[in-house]
Ligand binder design. Structure first.
Ligand code: GLA
Length: 677
């Protein structure tokens, strides 16, 4: 069972790494760091971010020669090798617990009957490369012999075995906590690798502890920027937010590494995995597949094998995307590409569909009469007169590549015009049993007209959707919009939450004969207004909840990953019968319909992690922060928070990791009471 093993090791890691509390990386999204990059490591490797596989995310300690060789086979037969995936990497737990008489590392003879050399030979015979794992400490995170003090011997073993890539971890490091100590430990292995004369990609894994982006470029080919990823949305998003501001530090041969991919592991939806893969590619991250490829679904393979998206990651310019705009939880990311092209990601990190827009010139393209725009997930070419906009589903990403060529400004006129489509209206919040009128819109962002435009809207089963106006247009001029009113009825008894209200728009280019169909994206929030009087939030239905570890629990602490596995909510020995047990980073959303006046709650780190955990509790009202506990650790005990909510539609209970990563961040909202009329 890889999961429990992995959890255990994550805890081991945490104990070693984060014992110093708040000293770890604290990078705020939206803040653009200014870089004075060190000279790049002179090994001529990783001129584009390394692509391959690593067993850790899916298998934990269950690594074996058979797994590595079958993965290599699969790279070849599935087309992933042809798509650029090259390194097949072994993580922790590949060796025995003791060195041999000459002080050399010994591959586990049961897991690797042909040794690392035999495994490397096999992988090389497939035209691929082999990676391995070691640790800049006395032991690896799983407790196998570390390389500290053995760098020369171990680097020589790796070279003798034919290893092509080394991930170098940071557990059990005996560090005095200074940056110089980190530089010394990681440089020692760099020099040992160089002395072997074998080209070996060198991947630093010190979890962003000493801001390795500031010193890693002349030591390694990449450096982890954060703690370990987990297979859930909150983890992926929080790592993205830490990694985005580090764009100035990345470049050919020296990359920010936000950790390995979770695509395909089951903890996120395919929409979320597409965002994960889009973001990693926009951020020039190493693309190391972390799933069991032998069981991968066609959807997983379509994501990992998307050559249009991989081309962004592998663009020879090596310019990590920057944040062009951030509004609330929507982002516009912009990536410079060779030949003057740009990639633009419209990323919606929020829990409901949102419209996101920018322009080609804002993204850095020269002013032209029009632009060729390719949608990198639908693989369709469009034409835009300059605006780039879409309604993006919750947790989704629209990824566009805009051509910088002057000629394409003319040739793209033959493409169908880019459309901006979506569902709007004040009434996107509907109560069960009620009918509301919404509008869909279709705006032609192209230069030439779209013809035979036809809009379809579909809703979840049992709902009714009826047009209350025209849903088609024979000719929609460039810049013009078709707005269609719809009457939507939500059946009685529908549970609170966000529901998709999707559809399609079909149309033709002016000179085209083929009908193009694009998605129409919207969502409706179904809510039940809180009853008059004072209620516990744990007795009401939230409309959305995200949590850093397992689900948000009602009237119990977070516990572990399973639902309902918490304990009585307990802060500093006081037990609370009512409340929400969360784990940072977490957001729980309630719709109030403007009917409530106050929210009062006690907050604190739960006793169940024995003194560990550092978090910050915040309450936001219609997107504005109205209460903040500040950073609390377990010793800080309980605090009370009060928020005035008069006229507020949406209240959110937010817990952040306090700036030190998510380690045992079990955060309680104890006795949260809301008063409504
Ligand atoms: C640390 C690393 C992980 C993984 C494990 C192996 O947690 O950050 O990526 O290599 O060690 O024990």
């Amino acid at each position: 069972m890889p999961r429990p093993v992995r959890r255990l090791l994550a805890c081991v890691t945490a104990a070693v790494v984060w014992s110093g509390g708040l000293g770890a990386v604290a990078v705020t999204a939206g803040v653009v760091a200014t870089a004075t990059p060190a000279a790049a490591l002179d090994n001529g490797l990783a001129t584009t971010p390394p692509m391959g596989f690593n067993d850790w995310n899916a298998f934990g300690c269950d690594v074996s020669e058979q797994l590595i060789e079958q993965t290599a086979d699969y790279f070849v037969t599935s087309g992933l090798k042809a798509a650029g995936y090259t390194y097949v990497n072994i993580d922790d737990c590949w060796m025995t617990h003791t060195r041999d008489a000459q002080g050399r590392l010994v591959p586990d003879p049961v897991k690797f009957p042909d040794g690392i050399k035999g495994t490397a030979d096999y992988v090389h015979s497939k035209g691929l490369k082999l990676g391995i794992y070691e640790d800049a400490g006395t032991a690896t995170c799983a407790g196998y012999p570390g390389s500290l003090g053995h760098e020369t011997t171990d680097a020589q073993s790796f070279a003798d075995w034919g290893v092509d890539y080394l991930k170098y971890d940071n557990c059990n490091n005996n560090s005095d906590g200074t940056r110089q100590d980190f530089i010394n430990r990681y440089s020692a292995m760099r020099d040992a690798l160089a002395a072997t004369g074998r080209p070996i990609v060198y991947s630093l894994c010190e979890w962003g502890q000493q801001n390795p982006w500031e010193w890693g470029a002349d030591i390694g080919n990449s450096w982890r920027t954060t703690g370990d990823i987990s297979d859930n949305w909150a983890s992926m998003l929080s790592i993205t937010k830490s990694n985005l501001p580090l764009a100035p530090y990345a470049g050919p041969g020296h990359w920010n590494d936000p950790d390995m991919l979770e695509v395909g592991n089951g903890g996120m939806t395919d929409t979320e995995y597409r965002s994960h893969f889009s973001l990693w590619s926009m951020m020039d991250s190493p693309l190391l597949i972390g799933t069991d490829l032998r069981k991968a679904t066609p959807e997983t393979l379509a994501i990992l094998g998307n050559k249009d998206v991989i081309a962004l990651d592998q663009d020879p310019l090596g310019a990590q995307a920057t944040v062009l705009a951030q509004t609330g939880d929507t982002y516009v990311l912009d990536k410079k590409l060779t030949g003057g092209d740009r990639a633009v990601a419209l990323f919606n990190s929020g829990d409901t569909a949102q419209r996101i827009s920018t322009t080609a010139t804002a993204a850095g393209l020269p002013k032209r009469a029009g632009y060729a725009v390719r949608d990198l997930w639908s693989h369709t070419d469009y034409q835009s007169s300059g605006t780039l906009a879409a309604t993006v589903p919750a947790h989704g990403t629209v990824l566009l590549r805009i051509s910088g060529s002057a000629l394409s400004a003319v040739t793209s006129l033959a493409n169908p015009p880019l459309l901006d489509t979506g569902v709007t209206g004040a009434a996107t919040h509907i109560q069960p049993g009620q009918t509301a009128q919404l509008s869909s819109y279709v705006t032609n962002l192209g230069t030439l007209p779209a013809t035979k435009v036809s809009v379809k809207l579909t809703a979840p089963g049992g709902w009714t959707v009826k047009p209350a106006g025209s849903g088609s247009s024979l000719l929609l001029l460039g810049g013009a919009s078709l707005k269609t009113p719809w009457k939507v009825t939500v059946p009685a008894g529908t549970a609170p939450g966000s529901y998709p209200l999707d559809g399609t728009v079909s149309y033709r280019a002016l000179l085209g004969k083929k009908t193009v169909t694009v998605p129409l994206t919207g969502s409706v929030t179904v809510f039940v207004p809180p009853p008059a009087g004072t209620s516990y939030l744990s007795d009401l239905g939230w409309t959305a909840a995200t949590n850093g570890w397992g689900p948000v629990e009602k009237d119990q602490s977070n516990g572990e990953t399973a639902a309902g596995d918490g304990h009585p909510i307990t802060i500093s020995g006081t037990v609370y019968a009512k409340g929400l047990g969360t784990n940072a980073p977490s957001t729980v959303t309630y719709e109030l319909g403007g009917l409530c006046s106050t929210l009062d709650t006690t907050v604190g780190v739960d006793d169940e992690k024995n003194g560990k955990g550092t978090v910050d509790f915040q309450i936001t009202a219609d997107g504005t922060k109205v209460a903040d506990s500040g950073v609390l650790d377990h010793a800080a005990g309980a605090r009370t928070l009060h928020a005035g909510l008069t006229g507020v539609q949406t209240v959110q209970l937010v817990v952040t990791d306090g700036g030190d990563g998510n380690d045992s961040d079990h955060a309680d909202w104890a006795d949260p009471r809301i008063t409504c009329s």
